[in-house]
Design a protein around this ligand. Structure first.
Ligand code: ADP
Ligand code: MG
Length: 398
């Protein structure tokens, strides 16, 4: 009975989500950190009003009265103040994780300047209260898998983890794919492309797909550790160890139910974007400069996609960057997207935060059509045809 109740709740969730549209924008302001070097009397430059999900960014004149020179207000689907911890964030994200398990293509992005809390949000640290969205999502997946298995569904989960660095794809899990369990390094000549399969699904060629037991927390941790070791980390003047690349963690899920003759597939992409800061602030030269330009180019390709969708343009330029090409199903009417905007509370970040917020308002204007579930009935003859039923479906025909 508990499980049936849970399924009913899921169906309601999906219904509400469909009514609210498939692009969601959340904003999160991080607390002050010791490295911000602000004194005890410092005020946040962004005021969040959580009860109506709005925020205001303020530019003050620096006087003791704190006269406001300029202010801008924004409203998003959710606005989280600095006090909102990892569990509060995840509670508002878990419905997206669930959608992937219900057979949708889902993408969560973390966007913001270096040091604003993107990696903290996505990955967090440790296995305690500071863990981020990726480990929490895997726990949720594990619980759901158990529940559905009890109802005759067979779930298969694999993960891939890539990095896009200067428009080149690197496989962060390559060492796990070797038969001797990690000693071998991928030959440097392996290149990865993005292709479309016969069903219109995008995939990365020759990428390691690691079979995951989501009920084994150590398996998830091992994957994160291996990926962390492979990530490109560079030094900029803004943050000593800032990531200069996008990373995309993908859970590929397939499920089938013999009795109901149904098959289901879904994808959850958890994408930690490179820092969105403008060139002038990072004092970049040489290789760093080239990097920053490549990063800015691919982030502007992402912006271009959202602008085209918001303006309902017939042509959306997905092909202009690896990131948008790979994630185009989530960024089109077929899927669901959550843009998590990360903001630093410091006054020095006023301009970067304003740019981030303007990007977010652009995304907020996007409306995608009804998302498409990848659920098929399998006929006696093995042929498959689309159906609206299955676990968590809004309209069950089964
Ligand atoms: P980014 O990935 O955007 O460059 P990070 O996630 O690495 O930024 O965050 C920069 C620093 O701030 C890290 O030391 C991180 O632990 C800390 N931090 C970020 N967000 C929070 C938060 N909400 N609460 C506590 N510390 C945070
Ligand atoms: Mg980071």
């Amino acid at each position: 009975a508990v499980q049936e109740g849970e399924l009913q709740r899921r169906k309601m969730h999906n219904l509400i989500q469909e009514l609210r549209g498939n692009v969601r924008v959340y904003a999160r302001v991080r607390p002050f950190l010791p490295s911000d070097q602000v004194d005890a009397s410092a005020q946040h430059c962004i005021n969040v009003s959580a009860h109506d999900d709005s925020l205001a960014i303020l530019k003050k004149d620096g006087s003791s009265d704190g006269n406001v020179l300029e202010s801008h207000g924004f409203t998003f689907d959710r606005c989280f103040p600095p006090s909102a911890g990892q569990e509060v964030i995840f509670a508002e994200v878990s419905e997206f994780v669930q959608s992937a398990l219900d057979g949708y293509n889902v993408c969560l992005f973390s966007y913001g300047q270096t040091g604003s809390g993107k990696t903290h949000t996505m990955q967090g640290f440790g296995s305690g209260p500071m863990k981020g969205i990726i480990p929490r999502a895997m726990e949720q997946v594990g619980r759901y898998k158990k529940m559905l298995e009890a109802q005759g569904w067979v779930y298969e989960m694999e993960v891939s983890f890539i990095e896009i660095y200067q428009e080149q794809i690197r496989d962060l899990l390559r060492s796990l794919a070797t038969p001797n369990g990690g000693a071998g390094e991928e030959s440097t000549s392996t290149t990865h492309d993005i292709k479309k399969d016969g069903k219109g699904n995008m995939f990365v060629t020759d990428v390691a797909m690691i079979l995951l037991d989501p009920n084994d927390p150590q398996a998830v941790q091992r994957i994160m550790d291996v990926a962390g070791r492979h990530r490109s980390v560079g030094a900029t003047s803004m943050n000593e160890r800032s990531s200069r690349s996008h990373s995309v963690f993908t859970l590929h899920m397939r499920a089938s139910n013999k009795e109901r003759r149904s098959q289901l597939s879904g994808k959850l992409n958890l994408c930690d974007l490179a820092g969105s800061e403008r060139l002038s602030r990072s004092n970049a030269t040489g290789e760093r400069l080239k990097e920053t330009q490549a990063i800015n180019k691919s982030l502007s390709a992402l912006t271009d996609v959202f602008v085209a969708i918001a303006n309902k343009q017939a042509h959306v330029p997905y092909r202009n960057s690896k990131l948008t090409y790979l994630l185009q199903q989530c960024l089109s009417g077929d899927g669901k997207t959550l843009m998590m905007i990360n903001l630093s509370p410091t006054e020095q970040s006023y301009f970067e935060s304003l740019c981030t917020l303007r990007f977010a308002s652009q995304v907020n204007k996007c409306e995608l059509g009804q998302a498409r579930r990848n659920l098929h009935m399998v006929g006696q003859d093995g042929s498959s045809f689309a159906s609206a039923g299955g676990p968590g479906a809004t309209t069950s025909t089964l």
